[in-house]
Design a protein around this ligand. Sequence first.
Ligand SMILES: NC(=O)c1ccc[n+]([C@@H]2O[C@H](COP(=O)([O-])OP(=O)(O)OC[C@H]3O[C@@H](n4cnc5c(N)ncnc54)[C@H](OP(=O)(O)O)[C@@H]3O)[C@@H](O)[C@H]2O)c1
Length: 204
Amino acid sequence: MGKVRTGLSVSLDGFISGPNDGPEAPMGVGGERLMAWYAAGDIEYRLPESDMVFMVSTQTAEYLAETRATTGALVFGRRTFDLTHGWGGKHPLDVPVFVLGGSVPEEWVYEGSPFTFVMDGLESALGQAKAVAGEKAVGVGAASIVQQCIKLGLLDEIHLDLVPVLLGGGVSLFDHLGIGPIDLECTRMIGGTGVTHLTFRVVK
Ligand SMILES: NC(=O)c1ccc[n+]([C@@H]2O[C@H](COP(=O)([O-])OP(=O)(O)OC[C@H]3O[C@@H](n4cnc5c(N)ncnc54)[C@H](OP(=O)(O)O)[C@@H]3O)[C@@H](O)[C@H]2O)c1
């Protein structure tokens, strides 16, 4: 079985979006700074099967390519799904996404949809995601899902794209944990342009 890991952009003060996220500002006030590194470099990284082109450093391009090659499925919470309008139709990683929530948005249920809506809990969503991911990793987000995974001892790795900004508020990645300390081992640091990619193993 593959690992369960996060893959989120985070400010130095620990926020994955700025304050007051909503339809007008899906990343909250100032939160777009967390994504600026996708356009901060001088190497073109094209997402396969997509029109999206990022401008990143060589190191970041390699990291993004590796993430894409090693991710088999995603589990996300319904707020992220709604705020991104289902990432415009499919997730940029182009893998099946299992969306946890309290209801099913029927307009997204159709033959061939990359989204499966799960209402019977995190472990069910993770189980379904692992089944399709096989040997590849399952990526999880956003904050509410990561926190539940940590509490249940289900998270293997924390991948963070650390952005040099203090947002001062917003959705905190590690808020509401209620348990700790949780030991982590830093297994990789990659310096990019406008971002540092950090990998931590959750010590179990
Ligand atoms: N920086 C980044 O890389 C990045 C990436 C993605 C998202 N984001 C940001 O993250 C924020 C959203 O994160 P979030 O933590 O607030 O919300 P979230 O994890 O995206 O979604 C939370 C929702 O998921 C559902 N849910 C969670 N656990 C569940 C469970 N065990 N069973 C059933 N349903 C469950 C609930 O939906 P119901 O309300 O339907 O019950 C809950 O309200 C947004 O601001 C977004 O822009 C940042």
